[in-house]
Design a protein around this ligand. Structure first.
Ligand SMILES: [Zn+2]
Length: 262
């Protein structure tokens, strides 16, 4: 048995699917090969994790109230924000969907899938590392702020836009449709009236603001801010992102659109 044979047989070994003779050969190889032993330890840990995730997994299908948000191609900052949003969504998809999907197919074959996921993870991590992230207090909450375009907007504009998004989310969790409408443009007011359930969140749930972007502005003067958050209702189902389009109308910042991403 060479290293390649061993790697191919690792999951079967872990799942106790090998014959006694194969098992003995593989064990003998592991005893003399540090690299395969490391691969074995890693695979065993991942298989254990996947089994746990598969058991805990709850489908997310019922959690898609709005069409996917499509940011306008605005050049510069726009793509950076989109990259962050895509990374976060991809990471979430990986942990919440892909991995349990793999887990359902246990026990074979896993090693190559794991390698591919780890590579993907590294490249996503690299994208995230390239962006500057700092902790700031916004509306009394300490939240990680992702730089979109440093210095693009005056700090007071950034603060006003971010605070409006936070207040909007709090009103969602307070079940306060009047407050939501008061923070919205006519377009948003009409949408809230048409489908209030899409704007309401579980009243009394504890909100955790995980991350938000700095505000950015499109060519037509729409401010964008993305907020990632979770609530305490049901952990596997309650991490998501709210994407805001905010307009300055008669000196007042108002929410014109709010869309959700998983
Ligand atoms: Zn080996």
């Amino acid at each position: 048995m060479n290293c390649s044979d061993v790697r191919d047989a690792l999951e079967a070994y872990i799942a106790d699917d090998l014959t006694d003779a194969e098992q003995a050969k593989l064990a003998a190889h592991l005893a003399g090969c540090d690299e395969c032993t490391a691969a074995y330890e890693r695979t065993r840990a991942v298989v254990a994790d996947l089994k746990g995730i598969a058991d805990a997994f709850v489908p997310r299908e019922r959690f898609v109230p709005r069409p996917a948000y499509a940011p306008r191609p605005a050049g510069g900052w726009g793509w950076r924000i989109v990259a962050v949003a895509a990374s976060v969504v991809a990471l979430l998809a990986m942990s919440a969907l892909t991995v349990p999907a793999l887990a359902r197919q246990l026990p074979l074959p896993l090693t190559r899938e794991i390698d591919a996921l780890e590579e993907e993870n590294e490249s996503l991590q690299q994208q995230v590392d390239e962006l500057s992230v700092r902790l700031e207090t916004v509306g009394g909450e300490e939240v990680a702020i992702v730089d979109s375009a440093p210095g693009d907007l005056p700090p007071e504009v950034n603060a006003a836009v971010q605070l409006l998004a936070m207040d909007f989310i709090r009103a969602q969790y307070a079940g306060d449709l009047d407050a939501l409408a008061a923070m919205g443009t006519e377009r948003l007011k009409a949408d809230i009236a048409a489908r209030p359930q899409d704007y309401l969140r579980p009243v009394g749930a504890e909100i955790v603001f995980a991350q938000m972007t700095e505000a950015a502005v499109t060519e037509d003067g729409t401010y964008l801010v993305f907020v990632r958050l979770s609530d305490s209702v049901e952990w596997t189902d309650s991490q998501y992102q709210e994407n805001f389009e905010i307009k300055l109308i008669n000196g007042v910042y108002l929410v014109d659109f709010m869309g959700m991403d998983a």
